[in-house]
Write a protein that binds this ligand. Structure first.
Ligand code: PEP
Length: 258
């Protein structure tokens, strides 16, 4: 079975294993979600030496896909959680509920949540804190808009999001950061590799989470650009949207990891 430790190299925290995470967003019904899961599972062994695999289906599929994934070594995650433990929050899902159905990770602060639901750094921070309290690993998303990049504000924006979104108690062992330039998500456009390297180096330095932190890149990652992105020193994996809906592409990205 694939070792699912965040730093599953068997040598403590000296090396960061790549994490290839699929964010299915609001896609998939039972039949196609299960078919995609089975295809990912079928290819998981072949990439186990390269990367840890994670799938984050919509809430409706989590339980069933979790059952299908049992023993496969592919980890299960969710795309959001509420900051509170329980209560009158219609339509929301608590972190402990996700842990209860087998989730190990939860994405928080995705730019689509920040845009569609007006989530602030403070709310993302509270959600990440709730995830930690439930024993989940939050994947905390940050990234600049196109206007912010064009006006030279990328590093300032990322620095401020890091400061606001990372909760007390987060460490390199229990949290992951995903750098996702908003303008690169679902557009087919990506920053240049020096631009990605610059932001990831800043995240490593200024997150306060130390040298063992896993930092994912997200935004139009696909098989054809995965190697150049994953080969960068501070890129420890990918958060994959569109390409995670095709098992062959998702697995090819993991296979491309150096
Ligand atoms: C995402 O939404 O996290 C993402 C990176 O999407 P895409 O890969 O489709 O750009």
């Amino acid at each position: 079975m694939v070792n699912l430790s965040p730093h599953a190299n068997g040598k403590g925290f000296a090396m960061r294993r790549k994490l290839i995470a699929g964010n299915w967003k609001m896609n998939g019904q039972r039949a196609d979600g299960l078919a995609l899961t089975r295809e990912v599972m079928a290819g998981a062994k072949a990439v186990a030496a390269k990367a840890d695999l994670l799938v984050c289906p919509p809430f409706t599929l989590i339980s069933e896909i979790g059952a299908a994934l049992a023993g496969s070594g592919v980890a299960l995650g969710a795309q959001d959680c509420h900051a509170k433990v329980s209560g009158a929050h219609t339509g929301d899902v608590a972190a402990a509920m996700l842990a209860d159905v087998g989730c190990r990770y939860v994405i928080v602060g995705h730019s689509e949540r920040r845009t569609d639901h007006g989530e602030t750094d403070a709310q993302v921070n509270a959600k990440a804190k709730a995830a930690l309290a439930a024993g989940l690993i939050p994947i905390i998303c940050i990234g600049e808009t196109e206007a912010e990049r064009d006006s030279g504000k990328t590093l300032a924006v990322v620095r401020s999001q890091l400061k606001g979104s990372i909760p007390e108690g987060a460490t390199a062992a229990n949290a992951v950061i995903a750098y996702e330039p908003v303008w690169a998500i679902g557009t087919g456009r990506t920053p240049t590799t020096p631009e990605v390297a610059e932001v990831h180096a800043l995240v490593r330095k200024e997150s306060g989470l130390g040298p063992d932190l896993r930092i994912l890149y997200g935004g139009s990652m696909k098989p054809s650009n995965a190697l150049e992105l994953l080969a960068l020193a501070d890129v420890d994996g990918g958060l994959i949207g569109g390409a995670s809906l095709k098992a062959a592409d998702f697995l090819a990205i993991a296979k491309a990891a150096p």
